[in-house]
Write a protein that binds this ligand. Structure first.
Ligand SMILES: C[S@@+](CC[C@H](N)C(=O)[O-])C[C@H]1O[C@@H](n2cnc3c(N)ncnc32)[C@H](O)[C@@H]1O
Length: 408
């Protein structure tokens, strides 16, 4: 297992344990949660509208909703939503006309959050299980992304800011509370994988954090709150010698909790719909490649007779090419008949295939045909090689389309 995957497994395991511990001792928002029994930086949420004690496990490090300028009717996405604490606060602000989606990769957290919502009969809050580096959320569909003490648990942070950019609507914004460093964290601390679950060992210097946001094309980046985190000596001494601790505490470096916000450009992105019959294989691969060339594009794919699921071999060969499309959905073209499209591109190609007609409004219609690799017969090796061949052709053709029609 790769180091990053290993860290993620540890994080998932630890947060699963935290849910269990909470259920057993029925204690929340106290110091029973978080690293080694220390809740070191959580805030007091109790006065906020929408607060639900069972959802508050004391795992946050700020109050992102406080600075997020949530509007009635907003669609809000919470990354690493835990038992739903921030989602329920956001829900009170978006009102019945809005919606809140929480994503978390720890099954027990998602189950707890769903239970909290179900008990209260909430219809406009939904919890999805998934990795926030590959969000199970449609592109350009979210008004506001929030997150509380999660991003620095991710070994690679660049991916996530690109994902946030992808899912936000043009003009959408985010408000995120997180942990950053001033200076370097002592080596003993940053090496302790267990400290990841306390949101500390994965923290990076604030200037690098803000640079990642800026590299993902966000603007109006602003740190709206910053507080020093004082971790108890007895906790730090579990991971480092007293001499190192003394040097750490007397030095310039430190751990800070920040809340940062930023905006995605308002300018309308080009809207591109890729169409075939089943929307399970070729159109999905083209969708994945085109989106990877430019996160600013608003890319979708659909089928005139959508199968409702992705072809597993298409997912596999795309993964091999470094693109995870497993979160895509296989949708009917009816979903996309509204609004105007810059391009609708059909990708069917076999001699026996009839290309679907699109009845919506379109500026440019294009056809880039490919064989259907699911028609291949022969040995498993040959069949897989057909998927690889078609994948590589799709990459080349769609890159040419991107360079000649979009980037210019
Ligand atoms: C420190 S807790 C914060 C929970 C919640 N935001 C709160 O304030 O109560 C971190 C949460 O992020 C989730 N998480 C960590 N890495 C994740 C990832 N890569 N994808 C999805 N969820 C993740 C964990 O399962 C955990 O529920």
């Amino acid at each position: 297992m790769k180091k990053n995957d290993k860290i993620k497994e540890v994080v998932k395991q630890k947060y699963g344990d935290i849910v269990l511990l909470n259920q057993k001792s029925s204690c929340c928002s106290s110091s029973c949660c978080s690293v080694d029994g220390h809740s070191i930086m959580s805030e007091d949420y109790r006065a906020f509208d929408g607060y639900i004690a069972e959802a508050d496990m004391g795992l946050g490090c700020g109050i992102p909703t406080q600075f997020a300028n949530i509007q009635k009717g907003d669609i809000v996405l919470d990354l690493g939503s835990g038992a739903g604490n921030d989602c329920f606060i956001a829900r009170a602000e978006v009102g019945e006309s809005g919606k809140v989606i929480g994503v978390d990769f720890t099954p027990a957290m998602v189950a707890k959050a769903r239970e909290n919502a179900k008990k209260r009969g909430f219809q406009n809050v939904e919890f999805r299980e998934g990795d926030i580096e590959n969000l199970p959320v449609e592109s350009s569909s979210i008004d506001l992304v929030i997150s509380n003490c999660v991003l620095n648990l991710l070994p690679a942070k660049d991916k996530i800011f690109h994902e946030i950019y992808r899912v936000l609507k043009p003009g959408g914004h985010f408000c995120i509370s997180d942990i950053v460093l001033k200076g370097e964290l002592p080596r003993e601390l940053s090496k302790a994988v267990e400290m990841y679950v306390g949101c500390v060992a994965g923290a990076i210097p604030q200037e690098n954090y803000l640079a990642e946001i800026s590299m993902a094309k966000f603007n109006e980046i602003e740190v709206v709150s910053r507080k020093k985190v004082n971790m108890p000596d007895e906790l730090l001494l579990k991971y480092m010698h007293r001499d190192s601790l003394t040097a750490f505490k007397s030095g310039e470096s430190g751990i800070f909790s920040i809340t940062v916000k930023a905006k995605k450009n308002k300018q309308m992105n080009k809207r591109i719909l890729i169409l075939c019959t089943g929307n399970s294989c070729r159109s999905q691969m083209a969708h994945g490649f085109l989106q990877s060339f430019d996160p600013d594009l608003d890319v979708h794919s659909a089928g005139t007779n959508a199968s409702g699921k992705l072809n597993p071999k298409a997912v596999e060969v795309m993964k091999e090419a470094g693109i995870d499309i497993s979160h895509h959905t296989s949708d009917s073209v009816d979903k996309y008949l509204d609004g105007e499209w810059d391009y609708v591109i059909t990708v069917c190609g076999g001699a026996n295939e009839s290309c679907p007609a699109f009845m919506g409004k379109v500026k440019h219609r294009l056809h880039i045909g490919f064989d259907d690799p699911s028609d291949a017969t022969g040995t498993p090796e040959f069949i897989l090689s057909e998927y690889v061949r078609v994948r590589d052709e799709i990459k080349e053709e769609f890159h040419a389309f991107y360079v000649n029609h979009i980037r210019q």
